[in-house]
Design a protein around this ligand. Structure first.
Ligand SMILES: C[S@@+](CC[C@H](N)C(=O)[O-])C[C@H]1O[C@@H](n2cnc3c(N)ncnc32)[C@H](O)[C@@H]1O
Length: 240
């Protein structure tokens, strides 16, 4: 139970919410590409669509079966194939994001939409395939220079979620064994204080994650992730 509470991450709640709201705007039978699908956690939200997925399957972790096992720089499909692209928590893992955005643009139909989510503030993960973190300005620059039109860029979670994440990290990673701190009087003196702090941080982390699911506070602080909805424009026909 305590382990489950400690593992609760309000970002996953917000990711589910955003993907569900996006999926609800997608018409029945639309062709969807989940780019960098991993375990395909949002697949069930797209049951009313024709769902395909692409991933390079190179990280040592479980994967759902992918329609295309490929690098996202080169997806083996024709131009303008997909009505919709789902692109969650992937761009930070790409050494050359512009090449992948160009490829996603190529395979998306004119008028087609893409949901992006990705971290501004998160520890290294899926090593060694972890390259960048993106500010809202970097996202704006990357999407517009690759041809996409931005419908919205927003904080994925509010600051309570960011604080919950930070507290959770402190509860997990701070040392509490005297030898890990350097032994001696300082080590033995600090160890009980750090142990107590870890318990306090863990409790506060659970409280802040729970708060995030009720209140999205965005007036101050910074998000852990951004969410964006972007579109491939329909070319304007020039009169003869
Ligand atoms: C953090 S996971 C996110 C998975 C899933 N989209 C989600 O939201 O849970 C990043 C995924 O991107 C995939 N990936 C990273 N670099 C890739 C690349 N160059 N081409 C294809 N897939 C890639 C990884 O295999 C991994 O499954």
């Amino acid at each position: 139970m305590i382990k489950r509470l400690l593992n609760f991450n309000s970002s996953r709640y917000r990711l589910w919410q955003e993907n569900a709201a996006f999926a609800a705007t997608i018409p029945q039978g639309a062709l969807v590409l989940d780019a960098g699908a991993g375990e395909a956690p949002y697949r069930s939200l797209f049951q009313h669509t024709r769902y395909e997925s692409a991933d390079f399957h190179k990280v040592n972790k479980p994967y759902a079966p992918s329609t295309y096992v490929c690098d996202l720089k080169s997806i083996p499909v024709e131009d303008n194939r997909f009505d919709v692209i789902v692109f969650n928590q992937v761009m930070e893992h790409l050494p050359e994001p512009v090449l992948v955005l160009n490829e996603l643009y190529r395979v998306l139909k004119p008028g087609g939409k893409m949901i992006y989510t990705g971290p501004l503030f998160y520890e290294e993960h899926e090593q060694p395939y972890d390259f960048y973190r993106y500010t809202q300005f970097a996202l704006r620059y990357l999407f517009t220079t690759t041809g996409f039109v931005i419908e919205r860029i927003d904080w994925l979670e509010g600051y309570f979620g960011t604080v919950g994440y930070q507290l959770n990290g402190m509860a997990r990673y701070l040392p509490y064994r005297p030898r890990a701190i350097g032994a001696g009087i300082a080590g033995y003196g600090l160890a009980p204080i750090l142990l107590l702090l870890k318990i306090v941080f863990a409790t506060l982390s659970i409280a802040f994650h729970a708060l995030e699911t009720r209140i999205k506070f965005t007036a101050r602080g910074y998000p852990k992730n951004y969410v964006a909805i972007v579109r491939k424009p329909v070319p304007v026909e020039q009169p003869e």
